[in-house]
Design a protein around this ligand. Structure first.
Ligand code: R5P
Length: 291
């Protein structure tokens, strides 16, 4: 078996190769042609082997690199290709909100699975995206990785910034054996949200609270949540998310109003302290053994 790490996921791919018993690991050579088109090339002998390609798709070049990588692996004669997309871009457009729009999540699922025997991803925006794949597709959770990290911290209480995250915070609460609650959120636009405390929340004044989210993009949600908790006397605030996109100055703005910021390594960023490699490897090992 071989593991190939695209440029958006090199470190995580190497961690996955270690979890798979130090499977041979490689990275592609990537350059641009003079007209701007992407050129990639992979090394190593892959004929008849199982190959794991790891590449998050937070940007269009990363997505294009993944598609080219899959084709290169196919051309190299791989027996089976397992495509790991730790952060699956375009998953937020998971339905047609207005006439004339695409269902981007479906379109990308179809393209990504084209040269794959199976696809593995982590904490999709919506579980419906898994249903768009026609080949085996699996979703790992970032929660166990974050729980392994938060278990070492003196956290008293867990909070989801919105009701959509209830299942996530509930799972974390079970793993850490802590109480939890969810804030009420109203999105004003893509950069602005309004948050409020629901009635009957557990007392948290002076306590250490961890805000749990699946993705941090502009940071608007977490900054507002941290400010709300502060106004009500929270003692300390940690932030933990699966996917840390941290657009523009999001990381600095969050750091300014919280005490600790953690993410998993589905995306490379300054907060990536919890690895999903063991959770992805567990699925890979099961699927590799199944056929
Ligand atoms: C919302 O449904 C998600 O769980 C995140 O809370 C949200 O997408 C974060 O976005 P931002 O960082 O831009 O507020």
């Amino acid at each position: 078996m071989h593991v190939i790490g695209g440029t958006a996921s090199t470190a995580l791919a190497e961690r996955i190769s270690r979890e798979l018993g130090n499977a041979p690991f490689g990275i592609p050579f990537v350059k641009r042609f003079p007209d701007g088109e992407m050129y990639i090339r992979i090394g190593g002998r892959l004929e008849g082997d199982d190959v794991v390609v790891v590449q998050s798709t937070p940007s269009d070049p990363a997505l294009l690199e993944l598609l080219l990588l899959e084709d290169a692996v196919h051309e190299a004669g791989a027996r089976r290709t397992f495509v790991v997309v730790p952060y699956f871009g375009y998953a937020r457009q998971d339905r047609r909100f207005f006439p004339g729009e695409p269902v981007s999540a479906r379109s990308l699922s179809r393209h990504v699975e084209l040269d794959a025997d199976a696809v593995i991803t982590v904490d999709l925006h919506s579980p419906t995206t898994l249903g768009h794949f026609t080949k085996p597709a699996f979703e790992a959770s970032g929660i166990p990785a974050l729980a392994r990290l938060l278990r070492e911290r003196p956290i008293d209480l867990l909070v989801s910034p919105d009701k959509g995250g209830i299942e996530r915070v509930r799972r974390m609460a079970q793993l850490l054996d802590r109480p939890w609650f969810a804030l009420e959120k109203r999105r004003i636009d893509s950069d602005k949200v309004e948050l409020s405390l629901p009635p009957d929340v557990p007392a948290f004044a002076g306590k250490h609270v961890a805000l749990i989210d699946d993705v941090i993009t502009t940071g608007g949600t977490i900054v507002e949540a941290a400010k709300l908790l502060k106004r009500h006397g929270v003692g300390a605030t940690s932030v933990a998310c699966t996917h840390g996109l941290f657009l523009r100055d999001a990381f600095e703005r969050i750091k300014a109003v919280t005490d600790e910021v953690y993410s998993t390594d589905t995306l490379e960023n300054p907060a990536e302290k919890a690895s999903v490699a063991p959770d992805i490897a567990q699925i890979l090992l099961r699927e590799l053994a199944s056929k």
